[in-house]
Design a protein around this ligand. Sequence first.
Ligand SMILES: CC(C)(COP(=O)(O)OP(=O)(O)OC[C@H]1O[C@@H](n2cnc3c(N)ncnc32)[C@H](O)[C@@H]1OP(=O)(O)O)[C@@H](O)C(=O)NCCC(=O)NCCS
Length: 207
Amino acid sequence: MIGITTERLVLKKPRRKDKQLIVSQIGDWEVSKWLSKVPYPYTENDANEWIRTLSRKNLTFNIFENDSLIGGIELAPHEDNSHELGFWLGREHWGQGFATEACKGLLQYAAEELNIRNFISSYMIGNDASARVLAKLGFIKSGEGEIYCLSRKETLPCVNLVLAVPVLPNHFQPPNLSVEDADAADPLEAYSWQELRGMIYEKPETG
Ligand SMILES: CC(C)(COP(=O)(O)OP(=O)(O)OC[C@H]1O[C@@H](n2cnc3c(N)ncnc32)[C@H](O)[C@@H]1OP(=O)(O)O)[C@@H](O)C(=O)NCCC(=O)NCCS
């Protein structure tokens, strides 16, 4: 079983004894109301079902601080080869930079060890903490959509995002911004996400 280590955290599969912490933390309405696939109320049976699926999910982990479970994180593969980032933390662990740190660790592992390049995510409109975490990681908006939220039993509007800069390869050249672009509040807004990805990932012809 692999474990991914960051400065303060370890990302690894849960043990049997961690089940109660999963139920109490993800069963908190303030957590589950922002997650698409989590039922509410969340029972021990739900946790058992979920744990049973974990052996098939290579990039789904729980987040541990000092060997105590504080949240969950995953990169879920899609048919088009993109991987969707999802994450949550028990409420008492919010506001300490843990989500950002855990996500960075998982994205770096996936990019460097597994050569995964195409990362996407989404958040339900109103989830400002998640929007901020994703912005800090380098995700940019690719569009808007709708998502079914199992805990709320309704379809809600969401923002879809794509990671523009997971790991900068050696050939990366910063965009050649004009004076007008540089004066703009956010120079990167001058580019669409497709253009940004092209700048970063399409290696220029040499020789
Ligand atoms: C989203 C979540 C994982 C964030 O966890 P966290 O460890 O507190 O996140 P971090 O500390 O790494 O970063 C949070 C950032 O959001 C900001 N933030 C927190 N609440 C905010 C709010 N209501 N409005 C705007 N910004 C907010 C923080 O100030 C921080 O930004 P900063 O570093 O610039 O100050 C946590 O709130 C959570 O589990 N929420 C419920 C589940 C969820 O929403 N998951 C994501 C689904 S897409």
